[in-house]
Ligand binder design. Structure first.
Ligand SMILES: [Zn+2]
Length: 73
Protein backbone atom coordinates (compact mmCIF):
# COMPACT_ATOMS: atom_id res chain seq x y z
CA UNK A 1 0.00 0.00 0.00
CA UNK A 2 1.62 3.20 -1.15
CA UNK A 3 1.17 6.58 0.32
CA UNK A 4 1.49 9.81 -1.63
CA UNK A 5 4.98 11.25 -1.45
CA UNK A 6 5.05 14.84 -0.31
CA UNK A 7 7.91 17.30 0.06
CA UNK A 8 8.19 18.96 3.42
CA UNK A 9 7.85 22.72 3.16
CA UNK A 10 10.18 23.16 6.11
CA UNK A 11 13.15 20.88 5.42
CA UNK A 12 12.41 19.88 1.81
CA UNK A 13 12.59 16.20 2.71
CA UNK A 14 10.31 13.77 0.96
CA UNK A 15 7.95 11.90 3.20
CA UNK A 16 4.97 9.60 2.90
CA UNK A 17 1.71 11.31 3.66
CA UNK A 18 0.13 8.66 5.82
CA UNK A 19 -3.55 8.92 6.72
CA UNK A 20 -2.72 8.72 10.42
CA UNK A 21 -0.01 11.34 10.21
CA UNK A 22 -0.44 14.10 12.72
CA UNK A 23 0.26 17.75 12.14
CA UNK A 24 0.49 19.56 8.83
CA UNK A 25 -0.02 17.64 5.58
CA UNK A 26 2.82 19.55 3.92
CA UNK A 27 5.35 18.90 6.66
CA UNK A 28 7.33 15.78 7.39
CA UNK A 29 6.66 14.03 10.70
CA UNK A 30 9.73 15.50 12.39
CA UNK A 31 8.79 19.03 11.33
CA UNK A 32 5.19 18.48 12.44
CA UNK A 33 6.21 18.01 16.02
CA UNK A 34 5.29 20.93 18.22
CA UNK A 35 8.06 23.34 19.02
CA UNK A 36 9.75 22.25 22.20
CA UNK A 37 11.70 25.42 22.78
CA UNK A 38 9.09 27.65 24.28
CA UNK A 39 9.79 30.72 26.33
CA UNK A 40 12.26 29.87 29.05
CA UNK A 41 10.47 29.47 32.32
CA UNK A 42 11.79 31.73 35.01
CA UNK A 43 13.00 29.95 38.11
CA UNK A 44 9.99 29.94 40.35
CA UNK A 45 10.51 31.90 43.52
CA UNK A 46 8.27 30.59 46.22
CA UNK A 47 6.29 32.91 48.44
CA UNK A 48 8.48 31.83 51.32
CA UNK A 49 11.67 32.83 49.50
CA UNK A 50 10.16 36.16 48.55
CA UNK A 51 9.17 36.86 52.15
CA UNK A 52 12.59 35.85 53.42
CA UNK A 53 14.25 38.14 50.89
CA UNK A 54 11.97 41.02 51.87
CA UNK A 55 12.83 40.49 55.51
CA UNK A 56 16.53 40.35 54.70
CA UNK A 57 16.23 43.62 52.79
CA UNK A 58 14.35 45.19 55.68
CA UNK A 59 16.98 44.01 58.15
CA UNK A 60 19.74 45.39 55.94
CA UNK A 61 17.97 48.72 55.64
CA UNK A 62 17.49 48.87 59.40
CA UNK A 63 21.16 48.08 60.01
CA UNK A 64 22.24 50.86 57.66
CA UNK A 65 19.85 53.28 59.34
CA UNK A 66 21.20 52.34 62.75
CA UNK A 67 24.75 52.89 61.52
CA UNK A 68 23.87 56.30 60.09
CA UNK A 69 22.06 57.59 63.17
CA UNK A 70 24.48 56.11 65.66
CA UNK A 71 27.38 57.94 64.04
CA UNK A 72 26.32 61.42 65.12
CA UNK A 73 27.32 61.99 68.71
ZN1 LIG B 1 10.56 18.42 7.46
Amino acid sequence: MAFPIKVCVVCSEEFELRPNKTGFANRCPSCSEPESDGPAAEPAMSAFDRKAEAEANEARRKAIRDLLYRGDC
